[in-house]
Design a protein around this ligand. Structure first.
Ligand code: NAD
Length: 357
């Protein structure tokens, strides 16, 4: 196939990867010229935050274990005030998208650089996208200031990630790669990353389910999440991410589980209109129908496969479809209200995906 012209913009950051990498955190903070960093994590990750704080020694200004999903404005204000009170000159964020999201708002509002230590597969550390929720409305934007200056991937920190979250978070990562393969700003570079990221993640997940303490599988999973995160940061996402944003924002459905349920259906919707992406995913998943293969994989991994089981009511289908078709955006298959309703009905009830665009 002839290659067309394309543009690719690499985002500036340092990455350290490997088992035990977190022990280099102090060195990394010093390398960035930071002296007093505020550590941010979710309440559940407080023991890990304490460990990180201890490892940072005199470079630790303190720990705030208050990060919450979707960065509520009150938590953002608390973090900002704490950073100012402690005279922090940077943040170390330990955790998933919620902790990293909080660090991003502190970076956006105060210019404090972030060092990220991701412990889920959500991929936020690889993007310049920020989000903040006020009065139930999530505002998002893109700004290079929120991109972590440095990311340390340590698979040992992911060993305790519960299997159900590992599985849905891993499928969340795969969804980034799927949409990057058919993005309006796709490129051969990103496609390489997407294919390799999907291969790594879909190989790692069954092994993680068999033995969550399998460090080789955890390493492969975290590597996959890194590559899929780069895909998210490098391209413009389409129907899948718009749908999940609407489902999460309007109905408060859980982030990664929603992605896990929806991605096979959106892929089925787009497959015929995105032959190169379908070919790449067929290669990786070893199946002529990658949407079905992803749905089957979710079943084997015991991931949720219906929006109903995540708490969505059947009556919510039409309003969500309205929201998703309200504004135009790039997507391989044309976005129609009827098509989105059919997609949502299948995802809601847990039927296998079918080509419904
Ligand atoms: P999360 O950060 O909320 O983490 C899920 C749960 O797992 C939390 O309770 C957390 O404490 C726990 N956890 C995390 N790591 C753990 C570990 N190693 N061991 C045990 N428990 C652990 O969930 P998420 O899916 O990573 O992130 C979701 C949020 O991130 C959403 O708000 C989403 O919008 C945002 N996000 C943003 C971007 C972006 O580019 N801006 C990308 C992806 C996700």
């Amino acid at each position: 196939m002839l290659m067309g012209s394309f543009a690719y913009e690499a985002l500036p950051m340092r990455v350290r990867f490997g088992s035990g990498t977190v022990s280099a955190l102090r060195e990394e903070v010093a390398h960035l010229g930071l002296h007093r960093v505020l550590i941010l994590c979710t309440p559940g990750q407080a023991p890990m935050g304490e460990l990180v704080s201890a490892a940072l020694g005199e470079h630790s200004a303190g720990l705030l274990a208050e990060a919450r999903m979707h960065v509520p404005i009150e938590v953002a204000t608390l973090a900002r005030d704490r950073a100012a009170a402690l005279d922090a000159d940077g943040c170390v964020v330990v955790g998933g998208g919620s902790a990293i999201g909080l660090g991003k708002i502190v970076a956006l509002e105060h210019g404090l650089p972030i060092v990220a230590v991701p412990t889920t597969y959500a991929g936020s550390e690889m993007t310049s996208v920020w989000g903040r929720t006020s009065d139930g409305v999530k505002q998002t934007g893109k700004d290079l200031r929120v991109l972590p200056a440095s990311v340390l991937y340590d698979p040992e920190l992911t060993v305790a990630l519960p299997v159900p979250i590992s599985v849905t978070s891993g499928l969340n990562a795969v969804a980034h790669a799927v949409e990057a393969l058919y993005a309006p700003d796709a490129s051969p570079i990103v496609s390489l990353l997407a294919e390799e990221g999907t291969r790594a993640m879909t190989t790692a997940l069954p092994a993680i389910v068999r033995d969550p303490r399998d460090l080789d599988a955890r390493t492969l999973g975290l590597y996959g999440s890194w590559l899929c995160g780069v895909c998210l940061g490098a391209t413009t996402m389409s129907l899948h991410h718009k749908l999940c944003h609407a489902l999460g924002g309007t109905l408060n459905l859980p982030h990664s589980a929603t992605h896990a349920v929806v991605i096979p259906h959106v892929l089925a919707y787009n497959q015929a209109a995105a032959p190169a992406a379908t070919e790449a995913l067929s290669r990786v998943l070893g199946a002529s129908d990658p949407a079905r293969a992803l749905w089957d994989l979710a079943g084997k991994l015991r991931a949720p496969r219906s929006l109903a089981e995540l708490g969505m009511r059947k009556d919510d289908i039409e309003p969500i479809a309205e929201q998703v078709v309200a504004n135009p955006y790039a997507n391989p298959a044309p976005i129609t209200r009827d098509g989105v309703v059919r997609l949502l009905r299948a995802a809601w009830s847990g039927q296998p995906p079918s080509n419904i665009s």
